[in-house]
Design a protein around this ligand. Structure first.
Ligand code: ADP
Ligand code: MG
Length: 294
């Protein structure tokens, strides 16, 4: 049987491990001029590990108590950093209590009440004031050495800083090189993480355009800016924090395995295999299909 070219291209993309939700999406994929990647969970494996715990004198807690409180607050969160904190606390044999009044702000962090104490865990940008030099120094030291630093506040006071590290996906550099060859422009990195960790990782994969410290709404602005001159952006992301930008981009692509439900629902296409390398193959295929149709 002969299928229309767009439909057979969609079937083909599916075999490569990319679920394309409609024929319109396939056409859009074929006209992409620029690819933007989220960092955590997209260019990295998304399974960060806790590598450092630094309690601060002002918090009056030891490292174990600090980690136990942070883990309790992170308990309900599906963010990869949260899973790492909870996992590390359990591995250390700490008692991870149940949190009450849990709240989360995508791209910023979580708050919860643990044993009556107000615990906040999240990005230094969101949680750190300049008048807490010990915390500022601990964050700077961890970020300089390639960590994602996460601040823990207890009852309104900076009590400690956690350092997490995440491995690059093995096919990230190759994917970046192939996309650059295909579109004629190197991909862009959009991340909520700190500029130091972001630059370091970008250099390893061959990305020079790095936009860091972005909140979910900043990712939306970044996509709009990239598309302002008529560019057509494919954004690849995995998190709840990426959903608004996935909806804004010409094509939003979510990673299936690590992806949050919101990202999967919002995206136009889903990478169903846990491989980034499927992406350049499908971009090329979409370009060929478009030439057949137009
Ligand atoms: P990325 O854009 O790299 O995927 P996110 O937007 O998910 O990163 O998160 C940005 C930053 O917000 C993280 O580097 C971290 O500092 C903070 N953050 C977000 N969610 C959490 C959480 N559940 N626990 C701790 N920190 C968090
Ligand atoms: Mg992410």
């Amino acid at each position: 049987a002969t299928m229309p070219p767009l439909l057979s291209a969609i079937a083909n993309a599916g075999r490569h491990g990319v679920l394309v939700k409609s024929a319109v999406v396939l056409e859009r994929l074929g006209s992409v001029t620029r690819v933007a990647f989220d960092k955590t969970g997209t260019l990295t494996e998304g399974a960060p590990r806790l590598a450092a715990v630094r309690h601060l004198p002002g918090g009056r807690l030891g490292d174990d108590e600090l980690l136990a409180l942070a883990a309790a607050a992170e308990g309900p969160s599906e963010h990869p950093l949260a899973r790492a904190v909870v996992g590390a606390a359990r591995d250390a044999g700490l008692d991870v209590r149940r949190a009450a009044e849990f709240g989360s702000a995508p791209g910023r962090g979580v708050t919860a009440r643990v044993d009556g104490r107000l615990v906040e865990v999240g990005s230094p940008t969101a949680l750190l004031a300049d008048d807490e030099p010990a915390a500022v120094d601990a964050v700077a030291e961890l970020e300089r050495t390639g960590h994602t630093a996460v601040v823990v506040r207890v009852d309104g006071r900076a009590a400690g800083v956690l350092g997490l590290t995440d491995r690059l996906r093995p096919d990230a550099a190759d994917t970046v090189a192939r996309i650059t060859a295909l579109t004629g422009a190197p991909p862009v990195l959009l991340t909520g993480d700190n500029p130091r960790a972001a630059e370091r990782l970008a250099a390893e994969v061959g990305i020079t355009d790095v936009r860091a410290g972005l909140r979910p709404e900043d990712k939306v602005s970044a996509v709009r800016e990239l598309e302002a001159g008529g560019g057509k952006v494919a954004l690849v992301g995995d998190g709840v924090n990426d959903a608004p930008a996935l909806a804004t981009a010409h094509v939003g692509i979510a990673l299936g395995r690590a992806g949050s439900d919101l990202a999967l629902d919002t995206a136009d296409a889903v990478i169903t295999r846990d491989e980034l390398a499927t992406l350049p193959a499908v971009l090329a295929l979409a370009r060929r299909a478009r030439r057949l149709v137009v």
